[in-house]
Design a protein around this ligand. Structure first.
Ligand code: ADP
Length: 320
């Protein structure tokens, strides 16, 4: 491999910049050239390709977002578009590619590998919903941001003796909700994976906890369940306890990455370049059982993981 390309794709996540920096500097340290591809696969197709040197990644390890920008590119699912993208890589001398993104981005990476570009995926998403790995870039930052926000809502919720429904991100996965639910000592955690839609049980629980003298009632609701304002209204109507909804929203996607996100994101970037140097392709970097490892992309995409049932049942017991 002589020239490595790097792109970010799908949803952004704090720590992606640390990965870009690690890819660039590891490649340079090994005497390789690096090109940055702007706006994911869309930018690749538009040939938005820039030369990168050590200075192009100065002062970014501490910054959220992605300096390469990110975009969705639905037409990348078409084989002729994938072939065109591989040809653009070849034309620009890119013979190794690092793709930072989620499962969708890895599908695209795998197609480019089939078209002759050595490609490595790195898991970047605040949702932690990539089956092959226990860690994804941005989750630690996002969950800490949400936790701090919930702490703040809790203060005022206690003062006013309210019930608070706080909606955190996670459309298809409840990791942020579960972790915040535990970290913030929430009375209730609603996730797509576990919530059965039984609002009467939630209402009974609000009344019961009031009876035993609890001054607040925190419900962490995952984005995938949604309807936080409606839920607040229904709880207030049924219990007489004042209920308010707060949707934390995109704050969770930004901000300076935590130390863990900076260090793990850097390590994954460096490992991706190491794999390319060793001639590997169609692999994804993962963190599994306390170690950085790599898997075949298709094997990784076929894996399943579930929201830790022990954590979920523990959270219930701890919130009594
Ligand atoms: P994520 O990478 O976070 O899962 P998306 O699912 O939006 O985010 O995928 C990001 C991009 O990856 C898409 O916009 C598209 O360009 C590409 N992609 C997604 N699915 C496929 C697929 N099956 N084949 C090829 N490319 C895909």
């Amino acid at each position: 491999v002589k020239t490595i390309g790097v792109l970010t794709s799908g949803g952004d996540a704090p720590g992606m910049n640390a990965t870009i920096r690690a890819v660039v500097r590891t490649a340079l340290a090994n005497g390789l050239k690096v090109k940055g591809i702007m706006r994911g696969y869309a930018g690749l197709l538009d040939e938005e390709i820039i030369d990168m040197d050590a200075k192009s990644v100065s002062d970014i390890i501490n910054r959220g977002g992605t300096i390469l920008y990110t975009a969705r590119c639905p037409m990348f699912k078409e084989p002729e578009v994938q072939k065109k993208a591989a040809d653009i890589c070849k034309k620009n001398g890119i013979d190794g590619l690092v793709v930072i993104g989620g499962d969708g981005s890895f599908q695209g990476a795998s197609r480019l590998a089939e078209n002759g570009i050595n490609t490595i995926g790195i898991p970047g998403t605040i949702d932690l919903d990539i089956a092959c790995t226990d860690y994804t870039i941005g989750f630690d930052t996002a969950v800490n941001t949400a936790m701090e926000a919930i702490d703040k809502v809790r203060d005022t919720s206690t003062s006013h003796e309210r019930c608070s429904i706080i909606e955190v991100m996670g459309r298809e996965a409840g990791y942020i909700a579960l972790w915040c639910g535990i970290a913030n000592g929430a009375e209730e955690i609603l996730t797509v994976e576990h919530y059965d839609g039984n609002e009467q049980r939630i209402i009974d629980s609000v009344l019961e906890k009031r009876k035993v003298g609890k001054k607040h009632h925190i419900i962490v609701n995952a984005e995938g369940i949604g309807d936080s304002y409606g839920l607040a209204q229904r709880i207030e109507a049924a219990t007489g306890v004042e209920a308010r909804a707060t949707i934390i929203g995109h704050i969770q996607r930004g901000g300076n990455p935590t130390c863990k996100d900076r260090v793990y994101a850097s390590t994954m970037g460096a490992k991706a370049v190491d794999l390319l140097i060793r001639g590997k392709t169609n692999r994804v970097i993962a963190y599994k059982n306390g170690e950085f490892v790599d898997f075949d992309i298709q094997e990784a995409l076929a894996m399943k993981k579930e929201l830790d049932p022990y954590l979920y049942s523990m959270a219930k017991k701890l919130s009594r």
